[in-house]
Design a protein around this ligand. Sequence first.
Ligand code: COA
Length: 197
Amino acid sequence: MLSELTIRQFLGDLDTPLAIYADAMDADPAMLPGRRDLMRRHASFPGFRALQVTDDATRRVVGFAYGFHGEHGQWWYDTVWNALVRAIGAAQTADWLVNCIEVAEIHVHKAHQRAGIGTRLLTTLTSGRPERTAVLSTPDRDTTARRLYRRFGFTELLTGYNFPGGSPPYVLMGAELPLNDARASLPRRFSASPGIS
Ligand SMILES: CC(C)(COP(=O)(O)OP(=O)(O)OC[C@H]1O[C@@H](n2cnc3c(N)ncnc32)[C@H](O)[C@@H]1OP(=O)(O)O)[C@@H](O)C(=O)NCCC(=O)NCCS
């Protein structure tokens, strides 16, 4: 079951999304306290929306996603803004970022991946939003996440981008809203069944 959390519900149980994040990303446990602080900060940003998916059989939370309205004063937004201005110019950067939702986190527990949960999280997170675009960063590798974003029309705005502080290379991606599933127009045998209710 997919449900939307209030900010209070989200902040009331950060252990759950952190555990899913750690599993999905093979995260070093030492970085989880910093991640918790970041989640707390993100929950105070405008237009914050958090979703979770619960497994019907076990009633355990197996996936989550959240995003918020991007604006100046947010570290990721300002950093990406400056990088994009250098890469694609001020006008195009403004087109992508002036009225955007940042898709900040989307993670599914490994045991529950490839069952359509990530797709539902992404489409629900971005649906009915007032923003014109959705933007995000993801590791610059051939990952399930990158394929998911491409499938929903995300364009690669900048590849091989290292965030300040010596991060591995990321790709910055953006899509106009509403998202469209590229597979929806294919014959049925090519499209994945959602797999969950
Ligand atoms: C990215 C992520 C959230 C996607 O979640 P997911 O639940 O696995 O996503 P979906 O199931 O909707 O789609 C993933 C794949 O499963 C396939 N799939 C979906 N339902 C399926 C089904 N019933 N049967 C077979 N395959 C299915 C999809 O077609 C897709 O295939 P592709 O990778 O070849 O394109 C998840 O893989 C994850 O947590 N990854 C690690 C963390 C991460 O990278 N997060 C994003 C950081 S930016």
